[in-house]
Design a protein around this ligand. Structure first.
Ligand code: ZN
Length: 74
């Protein structure tokens, strides 16, 4: 599963505040997530968080792979 900084994770289980989306502040062995609603931050091991992810929403626009739509004009 590919998860990057600034992605949003839709969780299967909601946070006590009612939000289901988490913003990724740091990705690696451990993930630092911030609840989009209450702003609380927490550190979760990757293996654990993957079980709770329902969907990953890619937000990052910088450093994108080139769009391969249409024909290149050279
Ligand atoms: Zn929350």
């Amino acid at each position: 599963m590919d998860i990057f900084v600034n992605d949003r994770l839709v969780m299967k289980k909601q946070h006590p505040c009612g939000a289901k989306e988490m913003l990724v502040l740091r990705a690696g062995m451990d993930f630092r997530l911030r609840c989009v609603r209450c702003g609380r931050e927490f550190l979760v091991p990757r293996l654990k968080i993957e079980k709770y992810i329902k969907q990953v929403i890619h937000q990052g626009n910088q450093g994108n792979q080139a769009n391969q739509e249409g024909e290149p004009h050279v």
